[in-house]
Design a protein around this ligand. Structure first.
Ligand SMILES: [Zn+2]
Length: 111
């Protein structure tokens, strides 16, 4: 289920709303002040960052939470960065493996 985020125009706080249907929720009220003027927050930032930006922001000293990998674009980044930090040459084959992992395909399995 998608989560929609809204900024309350009265108190300026952020409301996260879990949608139970396919569309964005309507008739919302701020859960802090009860205000009804909520503006949808879009987060375009994540979509415009390149993979190298994502890799440089990634903290490999700790494991990423489950939510991190709900974004399939993040799949493989941790491994990529760790391997680079260890001085491994990844080569194009690794990109292919990551691409397959992102699209849900298994590698090395014939069907
Ligand atoms: Zn409010």
């Amino acid at each position: 289920m998608p989560i929609y985020e809204y900024r309350c125009q009265s108190c300026n706080r952020k409301n996260s709303v879990l949608s139970r249907s396919f569309g964005a929720p309507t008739d919302l009220a701020c859960s802090f002040c009860g205000g009804v003027e909520l503006r949808r927050i879009y987060s375009p930032v994540a979509y415009h960052r390149s993979e190298s930006d994502r890799i440089s922001e990634l903290d490999t000293s700790r494991p990423q939470g489950e939510d991190y990998y709900k974004d399939s674009r993040n799949v493989g980044l941790w491994a990529k960065k760790r391997l680079k930090e260890m001085g491994q040459d990844l080569g194009p084959q690794f990109d292919e493996i990551v691409e397959n992992a992102r699209s849900g395909k298994l590698t090395g399995v014939d069907d």
